[in-house]
Design a protein around this ligand. Structure first.
Ligand code: NAP
Length: 313
């Protein structure tokens, strides 16, 4: 076990919230480290086109993620690629434990680990993950050139990804459990106008089938008539929302019924000096711009916290 020197702020997670917090923390001259188990960028990096990041009418998710990362690097933000296993709150300072046994003590911790795709929980979904079942069109869409795919969901993600897949696949079936979309109006209109997308309203997948070459079809039920039909398809893309990655949140921290963390307006939890930002924080709108704003807010609040603590010690 190796204990590192005390940091002013440890940021856990390298999506738009975490990277923005890193930029602000470096600008505030805090001793900072950002720890991310994968590649920085988060969900933003796996998005095709981002059209609502102010200042860019249209930018690819990977380019925007690169911009965030390069901006953070320009401020010499230390970024460590390791998995955090626990955040242990303390009265004087907190401990960030890594899966490799190392420990980072910190005056403040900003947790920005977002969410993970929700699963349908139907037969075939888990078995055929990677063999035609996917949760990322930008990552896997390439394999479905001129093929047929089914997209499940009715929110911004499902409609956006169905439009992306329509540029690649021969036919896209968009299966939604209700008769109206949750997605924003612009995306709804685009989906309705895309001739390659066929919408199956009031419908749910009941199982996914495969043969030796991967996914071969899905069984779909009409939720009103209860009629079942089999649809031949080469792929199934599931976009039915995200569940919060709240495993690192210290016990006793208030969360809503869905597991999103409740904080004050600074992003601070009931544990002084522990902040939660981005998609893991309970809020009205999950957007890149909101996560970035929360990153800035939490880093400024952390700076105030650290200066007040050091000034009084
Ligand atoms: P979402 O908004 O929660 O939508 C999930 C969709 O999946 C809903 O249409 C829901 O149906 C459906 N669904 C949920 N559980 C289901 C199940 N078990 N079986 C079948 N369908 C199911 O999730 P999201 O689209 O991933 O978006 C997450 C957040 O990120 C949202 O706040 C969204 O605005 C934001 N986002 C924004 C953008 C953008 O601004 N361009 C892009 C992507 C995501 P019901 O409608 O019936 O509940």
């Amino acid at each position: 076990m190796r204990q590192h020197e005390m940091h002013d702020v440890v940021i856990v997670g390298g999506g738009p919230g975490g990277l923005t917090a890193g930029i602000y923390a470096q600008r505030a001259a805090l001793k900072t480290i950002l720890i991310e188990k994968g590649f920085p960028g988060g969900q933003m990096a796996a998005t095709d086109i981002v059209e609502n990041w102010p200042g860019h009418e249209n930018i690819t998710g990977s380019e925007l993620a690169d911009n965030f990362l390069n901006h953070a690097k320009a401020y010499d933000l230390p970024i460590l690629q390791e998995e955090v296993s626990a955040v242990e709150p303390g009265l004087d300072h907190h401990l960030v434990h890594l899966a490799n046994g190392e420990i980072y003590p910190a005056h403040t911790v900003i947790i920005a680990v977002g969410g993970s795709p929700k699963k349908l929980g139907i037969p075939g979904e888990e078995e055929y993950y990677g063999k035609g079942v996917s949760y990322c069109a930008v990552c896997d869409g390439f394999f479905f050139r001129n093929k047929t795919v089914v997209v499940v969901g009715g929110g911004d993600s499902a409609t956006e990804e169905a439009l992306y897949l329509a540029k690649i696949a021969k036919q896209v079936y968009l299966v939604h459990r209700r008769d109206s979309f949750r997605a924003g109006m612009i995306l709804q209109k685009r989906v309705m106008n895309e001739t390659k997308i066929k919408i199956l309203w009031n419908s749910v997948l009941t199982s996914i089938e495969a043969d030796d070459s991967g996914v071969s079809g899905v069984n779909i039920q009409d939720v009103q008539s209860k009629e079942q039909q089999r649809l031949a398809t080469d792929g199934v893309f599931v976009f039915i929302g995200f569940k919060p990655n709240n495993q690192l949140i210290p016990a006793g921290t208030p969360m809503d019924a869905d597991g999103f963390v409740m904080t004050d307006c600074k992003g601070e939890t009931t544990m002084p000096g522990i902040y939660v930002i981005g998609d893991l924080r309970q809020k009205y709108a999950k957007q890149i711009v909101v996560a970035a704003g929360e990153g800035a807010t939490a880093a400024l609040a952390a700076a105030h916290f650290v200066h007040a603590k050091k000034g009084s010690s």
